[in-house]
Design a protein around this ligand. Sequence first.
Ligand code: HPA
Length: 270
Amino acid sequence: MLQKITQTADYLRGRMKTHPKVGIILGTGLGNLATQITERQEIPYEEIPNFPVSTVEGHSGKLIIGKLGGVDVLAMQGRFHFYEGYSMEKVTFPVRVMKFIGIETLFVSNASGGMNPEFEIGELMIITDHINLFPEHPLRGKNYEEFGPRFPDMHEVYDRELIRRAHEIADKHGIRVKDGVYVGTQGPTFETPAEYAYFRVIGGDAVGMSTVPETIVAHHMGMRVFGMSIITDLGVPGKIVEVSHEEVQEIGNKKQPLMTLIMTELIKTV
Ligand code: HPA
């Protein structure tokens, strides 16, 4: 694995015209942030050695390197989900590569179902912590000391200072945001009412099928992480209705500009 990461990182370093320290994973809710990256260079995943190729609808696969609000960034348009059949090693491979090419702070976004009864559809949630319920751990197996420790501390995975600044930015622009705990599950099914209730009982505010593996790996490698989620449906008793991937995308799209604004302003402070 180490050899593959080094090979991919070397390849990208050879092609990249800038040396960003900020990485972004453009999940649901941040797709349009990609359009605001200027002086851009695009590298399709197919061209990158050892990179998986994404398959799911609504996620095209390429790296976008350029400037966002004057800051050099490297954005992944299209992530790899465990439910697509990728191993955890593949799901998190790009994050390891990011670290090897010099990324220090990772920004991630996703769509999720809200269990917190105070949430509304379209709510923006800053991820303050997570609960990892994926059936396989991304750090399972041999630990490479080059990456990080065998038993990583997890007491502050989502950077508190970035969370504080994000609230400041949201307040300044009059954008409603909530804090919350993100539960990461494998999918691809959305939750049954009993499962939403269970995730609430164990301390979750929202549930989704991504982000947690990438975040764990980023944290293991010493990167700062900031994550936001768009609540696209509610798993709150009495408010649970049928949910579809299309609806998740539609609500995600509607809320994108606000999330993009917060992220862009936040990235300027890094
Ligand atoms: N559950 C899991 N993943 C999701 C949901 C949900 O309710 N909404 C959007 N992604």
